[in-house]
Design a protein around this ligand. Sequence first.
Ligand code: FEO
Ligand code: CA
Ligand code: CA
Ligand code: CA
Length: 598
Amino acid sequence: APAARGSRPVPGTDFTPVAPNTQDAVVTAEGYQQQVVIRWGDPVVPGAPEFDIHNQTAAAQEKQFGYNNDFAELVPLDPAGNENLLVVNHEYTTETHMFPGYDENNPTEEQVRIAWAAHGLSVVLVKRENGALRPKPSRYNRRITLTTPFELRGPAAGSDYLRTSADPTGTKVLGTQNNCSGSLTPWGTILSGEENFHQYFANADSVTDPTTKARLARYGITGTATTRKWEKFDKRWDLAQEPNEANRFGWVVEIDPLDPNSTPVKHTALGRFKHEGAAVTITKDRRVVAYSGDDERFDYIYKFVSHGRVKPGTSAHARRHNMSLLDDGTLYVAKFTGNSPASEIDGTGTLPGDGAFDGTGEWIPLASGTKSFVPGFTADEVYIFTRLAADKVGATTMDRPEDIQPNPVNGRIYCALTNNANRGSAGNAGPDEANPRVGNKHGHVLEIDDDATGTRFRWGLLLVCGDPNDPGTYFGGFDKSRVSPISCPDNVAFDRHGNLWITTDGNALGSNDGLFAVPVDGPERGWVKQFLTVPRGAETCGPVIRDTVVTVCVQHPGEVDGASADNPASHWPDGGTTVPRPSVVAVWREDGGEIGSR
Ligand code: FEO
Ligand code: CA
Ligand code: CA
Ligand code: CA
């Protein structure tokens, strides 16, 4: 047994784990304090009225914090980290939870416009005060919504496939939606992934061209009316009238939080799919490599390698140059090969004979600049219909690739594969060494040792999640009697020691979701500990791990079957009989000391 165990804990993960629970509260490790930083409806920009759930307007929501916070980042404005810009994705709206008395068959135009304003992102200054983070007015504060102009850039910008009657140039899109995860770039901008954009587009059934219909279907766009019925109020959501509008979503967007007047960008060079997010690393030769997962059962992991090189510094010139790097490069998709015989992968998650789920992999190029490597696809078609291009080249279908992030300490890449109940079911792909469980309910965490600008990598599974008493789980080889149960990993982040922090969405073990920390090197590799749990029905996302403060987004509290604003299943955070409000929470040590040390 490792000598260090129990005597000198890995810095950053030394806390007493929170037990699984179903409380309607954020429950933190002992010795930590918490505070709600900002809630749905709280003011962001000047003139925002006080939130009143019974008197909502689109004009108010455009100035207030949006709905369903997912990714968050703290962009430091000073070296001590006392002032930060909190940048947050507002992934999606659930109208039945937002509007008391909501009529699903007949939303009002105002309700629809409120939903457009509740999507997008918020930028808000937060100041550290006695541990807590307090929102403040500032010149940076900004709301980005579904009506904010974006510039489409990169090799597919202006493509015929991106033109609509409102934008015959194919270069200007109103808004961003379903922004799930994201990251902070080394040059200080925010990347954010447009994920489940399919659900906003109506009337795919009325499209007659078989190629167009197949492309829509590969992205999950089928059927007639949408749940939200936005198509009644703006024809751009109606594919019968605007068949290309759906092609203008599903991108990685880049936002400059330091310039509130800047036009955000959609980067076509990173491909179009259900981007969970995107995160970059800088190579020794100063090129930018961006990793991104396509969050769908049996979809793929991608990377992009820039042609250009990062300019150091934060001058306006350097920043402008660096913000162009994601416009030109090579887009690849991943193929995983196991090193154990297929006969040793039995679909239960039992370790193969060599004691590890591991192997090698290859990045298969799809397109570079304006050149396509996929037979039958133009470069525009690779970038815009990326899933169909990747289908052609033998990429490995994964168990829902969520967040993928480079570890700034050890350089390896970590990807959460959240779950895939359909793995191995009739008509679907069976297990392989990288996705080793049939009916994978609890997900796993992948670790990649990548030659960042090259086409080869080595990989292994760090965690095969679930109840540690289940023999089909694996915790990096650590003693399973000491770990916290973990299910459905979604977001990943790192502290300054390189420990991996994981949030979960959809805990299939029956207790609430939460935030976990796990060392990835040394004798405690695999020792998963739960740091906090979130209220009933909520998912935990957007973890930010700083030296003396952790923030998490509590998304969709109370979102359980049968609940609504008229019948709430949670009263967090305001208590009493209130309707739950998605919120950002800060957590710090009671004595102000470093997170995860004592
Ligand atoms: Fe929006 Fe993949 O979670
Ligand atoms: Ca193996
Ligand atoms: Ca997610
Ligand atoms: Ca999620």
